[in-house]
Design a binder for this molecule. Structure first.
Ligand SMILES: Nc1ncnc2c1ncn2[C@@H]1O[C@H](COP(=O)(O)OP(=O)(O)OP(=O)(O)O)[C@@H](O)[C@H]1O
Ligand SMILES: O=c1[nH]c(=O)c2[nH+]cn([C@@H]3O[C@H](COP(=O)(O)O)[C@@H](O)[C@H]3O)c2[nH]1
Ligand SMILES: NC(=O)CC[C@H](N)C(=O)O
Ligand SMILES: [Mg+2]
Length: 509
């Protein structure tokens, strides 16, 4: 059984970061909402309670069943988690006189305490709280303090229950990783054997068992997630995996053929489906971004359904869903406004009757890339920028036509090739070009032109949730602009997008 750490989420903005830090120590962990988590069995080695925007002093604060777990499993409460255990077990949490946000330094630590092994007595820590633990219960012992926060860390004497007011998961807590290591390895006894190789081995075995002789269809896009999912499934079930790559007419220049070629030598059973016209027909006359997205989602499902019928007796649909997609849908933060409808989220219509298999739904993107490397997948595939399923349709503002797609493909190829040649492709998280249906006046060879605009976008990001525009070198931008205007008929002006997300988004629609 895969040993794991349970992270109970009370809604902190740092909960995912806790998970990342745990996994960087080669220890598997899962995030679950504080009020909805699976049975705690012997695979769980310890529990971490996250921070929270809530206060323990407000009415009906988020709860944790302390009596049930205290003394049976190691527990580490972070910020709210620490405040909760202190407040309801003999201590008191009060509003602090000053809101503490940012760097602080420990001023006292109990160097004998296993939680502080190899940690500097004046170590820098990161604080983010408005409440403070004013008093602690008789069986609680202070094991670290700062100038202003007396109870910066405590242990419930003689047990493996700990609380810390600061955030070890953020990099500004310079010994944060050592502290987590101390808790996870020394206190919980985790083995640190969760690596990309071990993930590959256990996942393939589990897929074999789950799928037996069943057939699976999988949408392969050439992107990182579906490629890694496909190779894992291929190792597990071989020829019973049927990959379908749809040419929706919205791919980048030459992408259809190059993606098909790149998969050929990997031995995957892959079928290309030319559905260009079906997508163009569905998009004809549509200008509203949400209507365009919905139309594309609908045609994807129809094309898939047809392809699955052709294969016959298919029981499963494979998907490249990754962990952030899952976390967002079970988050304790509650429903958020729909900004954009992603074409692949929203479930399958009832008529498809397929079960879903998602071998990557516990991994973050960089972990997916590491698993891909462990599987020997071409670094060129693993290093690709993310590309949205609705493709160029959401990079052509307004109505999509095959003519506009052709113009955008040419311009985008010039842009991306220059990023590669200039050695910046790998430093950029995502780049793409946008076709703006505005016309402006230009002059070329003494002739007046009245043509469209191409906008270039390049962003830095960790996960696509927030992003900043890249400061590309002016010389490179000048070269790209020249090349596009001189070579792409229909374009006489190039602009660069300098908006961050939020308030803008990465894609324009
Ligand atoms: N042209 C396509 N043909 C078949 N399936 C597709 C196509 N485009 C997208 N999909 C499906 O939609 C899923 C979601 O696309 P998404 O872009 O999020 O992931 P990806 O393409 O696998 O990876 P990346 O995020 O790196 O682009 C893909 O995993 C794939 O299953
Ligand atoms: O597979 C996808 N289907 C979609 O419908 C979709 N919409 C946006 N994206 C990608 O998500 C990231 C964030 O994009 P936004 O800032 O535009 O929301 C960026 O990486 C976008 O390219 C999509 N990916
Ligand atoms: N980061 C946190 O967990 C904050 C906890 C609590 N809301 C406070 O302000 O003190
Ligand atoms: Mg993609």
């Amino acid at each position: 059984m895969q040993e794991k750490i349970l992270i109970l989420d009370f809604g902190s903005q740092f909960t995912q970061l806790i998970a990342r830090r745990v996994r960087e120590l080669n220890i598997y962990c899962e995030i679950h909402p504080f009020n909805h988590f699976p049975e705690v069995d012997s695979s769980v080695k310890g529990i971490i309670l996250s921070g929270s925007p809530y206060s323990v002093r407000q009415e009906n604060p988020p709860t944790f069943d302390f009596e049930k777990f205290h003394g049976t499993l190691p527990i580490l409460g972070v910020c709210y988690g620490a405040q909760y255990m202190a407040h309801f077990h003999g201590g008191e949490v009060l509003p602090s006189s000053t809101r503490e946000y940012g760097r602080a330094n420990l001023q006292y630590i109990n160097a004998q305490n296993p939680l502080f092994r190899m940690i500097q007595p004046d170590s820098q820590v990161w604080m983010s709280h408005a409440d403070t633990i004013a008093t602690i219960g008789a069986n609680f012992e202070v094991i670290a303090s700062t100038d202003t926060v007396k109870v910066a860390a405590y242990q419930v004497t003689g047990t493996q229950t700990y609380g810390i007011q600061f955030h070890p998961e953020v990099t500004h807590s310079t010994d944060g990783k050592q502290l987590l290591h101390n808790f996870l390895v020394d206190i919980c006894g985790c083995k640190q054997d969760w690596t990309a190789d071990s993930f590959v081995e256990t996942t393939i075995a589990a897929l074999k068992e789950k799928l037996g002789d069943d057939k699976v269809v999988l949408g392969l896009s050439g992107g990182v997630d579906s490629s890694v999912a496909a190779v894992l499934l291929h190792h597990a079930i071989g020829k019973n995996l049927h990959c379908i790559f749809v040419d929706n007419g919205l791919l980048r220049k030459d992408e259809y053929q190059s993606v098909l070629d790149s998969y050929q030598h990997m031995g995957l059973n892959i079928k290309g489906v030319d559905a260009k016209q079906r997508f163009y027909d569905a998009l004809a006359g549509l200008t509203d971004p949400e209507k365009k997205r919905k139309a594309i989602g609908r045609v994807f499902i129809e094309v898939f359904d047809d392809a699955a019928h052709e294969v016959q007796d298919v029981k499963w649909l494979g998907q490249g869903t990754i962990y952030p997609d899952v976390i967002e849908s079970v988050s304790v933060k509650g429903p958020s406004a729909t900004i954009k409808s992603h074409h692949n989220v929203g479930g399958l219509p009832d008529f498809m009757k397929l079960k879903v298999v998602e071998p990557l739904n516990t991994l973050f993107k960089d972990e997916v890339r590491r698993v891909g490397a462990a599987l020997g997948i071409d670094p060129n595939i693993l290093g690709r920028h993310p590309f949205p399923g609705p493709g160029l349709a959401i990079r052509i503002l307004g109505e999509v036509t095959s003519e506009k797609v052709a113009i955008l493909q040419e311009a985008d190829a010039i842009y991306i090739n220059n990023l590669r040649a200039g050695g910046v492709y790998d430093k950029v998280w995502q780049a793409g070009s946008i076709f703006l249906p505005v016309q402006s006046v230009g002059v070329m060879g003494d002739e007046r032109t009245y043509e469209n605009v191409i906008c270039l976008r390049a962003v830095e990001s960790l996960d696509g949730m927030t992003a900043d525009w890249c400061h590309l070198p002016y010389d490179l931008l000048a070269k790209i602009s020249n090349e596009i205007i001189n070579n792409v008929k229909g374009i006489n002006r190039v602009v660069y997008d300098i908006s961050s997300k939020p308030p803008a988004t990465i894609e324009w629609e």
